[in-house]
Write a protein that binds this ligand. Sequence first.
Ligand code: SF4
Length: 491
Amino acid sequence: MTDWRSTPFDPVTEGDKLKEECGVFGVIGVSSAANFTALGLHALQHRGQEAGGIVVHDAEQGFNSVRRFGYVRDTFTQADVMDVLPGPIGIGHVRYSTAGSKGATAIRDVQPFFGEFAMGGAAIAHNGNITNADSLRRELIERGSIFQSSSDSECIIHLMARSLQRNIPERMKDALRRVEGAFSVVAMTRTKLIGVRDPLGVRPLVLGQVGDGWVLASETCALDIIGAEFIREIEPGEMVVISEKDGVTSHRPFEPKRSRFCIFEHVYFSRPDSILGGRSVYSTRENIGRELAREAPVDADLVCPVPDSGTPAAIGYSLASGIPYAMGIIRNQYMGRTFIEPSESIRNMGVRLKLNVNRALIRGKRVILVDDSVVRGTTSRKIKEMILDAGAAEVHFRIASPPTAWPCFYGVDTPQREKLLAATMTEEEMRRHLGVDSLKFISLDGLYRAVGEAKGRDVDAPQYCDACFSGDYPVEPADQVEKGFRLKAAE
Ligand code: SF4
């Protein structure tokens, strides 16, 4: 069985990519909720590979749960797990930790979390990050709460326990009104499936229908895998309560706010076959490539993606520029992340373990490499070296996002600010550091145009969260500020 606790090292990116924290899934009104949930989590595996969990409820057996480290496909097997999870209602979660312990992760941090209340049990699964979790936790502990995990998400269960409301959905509303930051939450009681998005709608959550049953999921690709029909997105600030008896009811527990969906979901996190905001993620990424070609043209022979996430943008760049698209870098699909220990010798091999240059294609060519982002720059440097070793005449980097100069506090694992290349260097300094002939990032306005905002970013009222590029945090990261993080206005 895969054991991620000893192997947090990814030889491809070496921590040089932003990592999505979690994916959530829930289903009600089907014969085997656990099977559907496992399939849904499998489709959401790109959002978190460290661990996963499923909670179900059955009229005879009550609540049952399984939480495991590793890939869903390896750890949620039929005989071992699924047969002990009967019932028509269930929720699940895949995790890549940001808040909570990392590396030697404890199973106690793996969601869904469960609470037993006077009116019955409830389980919750959370995607996002609570930006006032430290102060909430302190307050709750002072008032007698006993935490089981180090996860920020557990605060929600304890806040629900303190509420005086008479049913679980009302207790959830009370709890979530105290919470700041980003949250897409899927929860369940014995008879209800509940979905909530924070007032800004930072992280995604969609509603689907399968037969007579209903589904909630982080992305539409998790609906497709079980043959569910996409109904709509849960709106920012909306709570849906779903039961077999009453169907879907919509609630508005928060003060209305202007939506600030994470623009990086379009660039990188979501799967290209998902639909976000009514738009195909693949098409948006192709648009980003087209916009990049218009903003940053260069005379070259080939456009090559850094696989796999740079592929749609590279296709867009090629279509807009007329420069041929080619697979100059080939990914070894079968090189898992798990069997190699992070020793120094392996680190030195770096990206060669998983990416190889198509030498016959590259030799003597002026190559445009399209990647989704530059975080620390370590991977970009190694890829450039591989391309030059293969005999490329020139290497030009084109990046499908603006410079990542600020950390994310809304559920994405980002290095500290000083580790971000763009936080300490100008574009020209980065170009020299990477050792490439040219380096260009799409502008923030260009990215907004590519996601459908014809006039670009509205400086007075930005339409998305873009804090990791702009430093404009739509929710003040209170815990981080308390720990000394300096907001842009304070610089
Ligand atoms: S800071 Fe960046 S990654 Fe985080 S939610 Fe905002 S846009 Fe997304």
